[in-house]
Design a protein around this ligand. Structure first.
Ligand SMILES: NC(=O)C1=CN([C@@H]2O[C@H](COP(=O)(O)OP(=O)(O)OC[C@H]3O[C@@H](n4cnc5c(N)ncnc54)[C@H](OP(=O)(O)O)[C@@H]3O)[C@@H](O)[C@H]2O)C=CC1
Length: 307
């Protein structure tokens, strides 16, 4: 039976394939990574049609090559592409102007007329570095939406106050906030989970597997979580990876993961054919909340004060 990735209320496929982290290069001009192209093509072939990329990852050439291959065999509408306006590539010196100017240039590079979701990568790119205020940046995002170059617009790593600022003047509200989210970091910034829920802003979780990949399981809460994930894995005949991704999904959050291994795609499929009981979801949540300090891998200089 062929696998179809479930699609959420805003038309967002419910698991994103990340082209940052493991595949991060930092500049488009660095050595071309054929293995990323091959994995993207394989992932989409297997039904993982949601590709998550960003200006700062430096992987547009690879995403473009994968798309070129895929679009010979399927419609553009069968693939969901997220791009993020980062302000500039991480390892480059060029400034790419406004989000609108950046996107138009990137669409040309990617060989497509639009992205499905376009995000402001973080609220910290509005400083003197690029010379635009957040309100100006949002206006430019709205222009992308109005002219059809982005089907949806949103933000990433935004705190409640950043969202409130935008909501005051926005013609179109942000539909998505992509944040660092895992069982050991359930609010990247204070109150963000509840705020997004109550304003119907879809949350996407990047680094959802950090409790498996970045925690020392030999002590305390890490060990307690590991034991409980192990029990659930045994009960449902699943892996701990599948249990953690399922927990994210059952909270109504879209996980953005990645992999270097084809076998992992098979594992991902098994995230969508079972359901945790509500009490089990709640137990993962409450064990996770007792993990101190929080498990935070990104934006530490700005946000670790909350841990
Ligand atoms: N908006 C933002 O600021 C940010 C966005 N992102 C986006 O999110 C994406 C995903 O982030 P990432 O942190 O990689 O997500 P995850 O937390 O899902 O980690 C994915 C990694 O976990 C490994 N993994 C999976 N299962 C296991 C296991 N059982 N044991 C050990 N390792 C395992 C995978 O390796 P394997 O190769 O073995 O499968 C893979 O490299 C990025 O690529 C990017 O697109 C990321 C950071 C910031």
């Amino acid at each position: 039976m062929t696998f179809s990735l479930p699609i959420g209320p805003l038309g967002i496929p419910q698991l994103g394939f990340g082209t940052g982290t493991y595949y991060y290069k930092g500049a488009d001009t660095l050595t071309f990574n054929q293995s990323l192209v091959d994995m993207l093509v394989e992932a989409v072939h297997q039904g993982f049609i949601h590709i998550d990329t960003a200006e700062s990852y430096g992987v547009y050439p690879e995403v473009a090559a994968a798309l070129k291959q895929l679009l010979t065999e399927m419609d553009r509408s069968s693939i969901f592409i997220t791009d993020k306006y980062s302000g500039s590539p991480s390892k480059g010196i060029s400034k790419n102007g406004t989000p609108y100017e950046h996107l138009k240039k990137i669409l040309n590079k990617l060989g497509t007329d639009y992205v499905d979701l376009y995000l402001i990568h973080s609220p910290f790119i509005t400083n003197e570095k690029i010379g635009f205020t957040l309100a100006e940046i949002w206006k430019s995002m709205e222009k992308c939406l109005d002219e059809g170059f982005a089907k949806r617009i949103g933000v990433s790593n935004f705190a409640v106050s950043d969202l409130q600022d935008i909501l005051q003047t926005a013609g179109h509200k942000p539909l998505v906030n992509q944040i660092e989210f895992n069982a050991f970091l359930q609010n990247q910034t204070p109150g963000i989970f509840q705020f997004c829920k109550s304003h119907e802003i879809t949350l996407e979780a990047y680094s959802p597997l950090a409790p498996l990949t970045k925690v020392d399981h030999s002590s305390g809460v890490g060990e307690q979580m590991d034991l409980f994930l192990g029990q659930l894995a045994e009960k449902y005949d699943k892996t701990k990876t599948q249990i953690l991704l399922r927990w994210v999904l059952q909270l109504g959050v879209v996980p953005i993961s990645t992999t270097s291994k084809r076998s992992r795609l098979q594992e991902w499929k098994g995230v969508f054919d079972f359901q945790l009981e509500q009490a089990e979801v709640d137990t993962v949540t409450s064990i996770g909340q007792s993990y101190k300090p929080r498990l935070r891998l990104y934006m530490r200089s700005q946000y670790s004060k909350y841990d």
